[in-house]
Design a protein around this ligand. Structure first.
Ligand code: LMR
Length: 331
């Protein structure tokens, strides 16, 4: 009784003197938005991050996840991050080149032999530097999250580069991807991810590219859909936070958040290939797309057509970074 009599007026006095004291008890809320479904590598990663933060930092930090462009989408998510309207995103690397042009290295067609080579590159110093490269723009790079190698979807089978000529392909906002499709005489149309299915159905575009986990629902209405297994490029992500927000989190909490980021990153990157493999099987089994596999000669023909774009982007990316990326294939 004595205690409450003494403590209660003291606490009331404190709250009157310092309105911030009342606020300190409220958890820090991280809004984490993204543009894909919950059951994709990124979607699962966001939910695992939320779960671990709720388990380990309950009452101190909370995470709200907004999938499928429900809060912000490709057109406005970066501005929302910079304005601290959302605190975390995981855009594909192609969507960050406006802020760090050297990230175009990840868009070079036929650069990486497989997922493992990309993973090795992401651990190299060149990639670690790219992770930090947007700090001056208010973007704090936390980790690389994998999705996987890209395939091409179209309303007709694409076996040889000439099959793509005259078709319009939806691309992410990347000049290099534009050049990649120009190299096979195709047209590239920049569209937000949330508009791809509609654009395929209306015929605005006749093709797309993406990892297996992103291809669901991206077929032309009333037309057969073909997925050519090209593995011609990579679509991975950078987990980013608003710099000012992230660095203002008290040290002990931030350290624990960064431990959680590390743990989630390991899980996302360990599971991405299996998720894509499962999506591949389901897409083919569902009959919604026909698989087109390339012979080594056909794949080489695509490579020969597209590889000249490397040279055109070398000065932007930097010969050193391109060399570092190439060496990871030889393991
Ligand atoms: C795309 O726009 O195709 C991808 O970046 C979507 C995503 O986040 O996987």
């Amino acid at each position: 009784m004595f205690k409450s009599l003494v403590v209660a007026p003291c606490a009331a006095l404190l709250l009157m003197l310092s309105p911030m004291a009342a606020k300190a008890a409220e958890p820090i809320v991280i809004k984490f938005a993204h543009v894909v479904a919950d059951d994709t590598p990124k979607g699962k990663g966001a939910l695992l991050f939320q779960k671990l933060v709720r388990q380990r930092l309950a009452g101190q930090v909370d995470v709200d996840v907004y999938p499928n462009s429900t809060l912000v989408g490709d057109a406005d998510e970066m501005q929302a991050l910079l304005d601290n309207k959302v605190q975390m995103l995981a855009p594909s690397l192609s969507k960050l080149i406006e802020y760090s042009p050297k990230l175009e290295v990840f868009d070079l067609p036929f650069l990486f032999d497989d997922d493992a080579a990309v993973a090795r590159f992401q651990k190299r110093e060149a990639s670690r530097e790219l992770l930090r490269s947007m700090a001056g723009r208010g973007i704090y790079g936390l980790a690389y999250w994998n999705n996987g190698l890209k395939q091409m979807t179209a309303s007709q089978p694409l076996r040889n580069p000439a099959d793509a000529a005259g078709l319009a392909f939806r691309i992410q906002p990347s000049p290099l991807l534009e050049a990649q499709f120009a190299a096979v005489d195709a047209k590239a149309v920049r569209l937000p991810f949330s508009e791809v299915s509609k654009a395929m159905q209306s015929g605005t575009v006749q093709g797309t590219e993406g990892p297996w986990s992103n291809l669901r629902g991206q077929s032309a209405a009333g037309k057969p859909s073909y997925v050519t297994e090209t593995n011609h490029g990579v679509l991975n992500y950078m987990l980013v936070a608003n710099s000012e927000f992230w660095t203002s989190i008290p040290f002990a909490l931030r350290s624990e958040l960064e431990n959680i980021v590390l743990e989630v990153t390991q899980t996302v990157n360990a599971e991405a290939a299996a998720i894509n493999q499962r999506e591949r099987e389901q897409l083919i089994a569902s009959g919604s797309a026909t698989l087109v596999t390339l012979t080594p000669e056909q794949r080489q023909a695509w490579r020969t057509k597209m590889q000249p774009v490397w040279k055109s982007f070398e000065s932007q990316i930097g010969a050193d970074i391109m060399r570092a990326a190439l060496t990871v294939n030889r393991r």
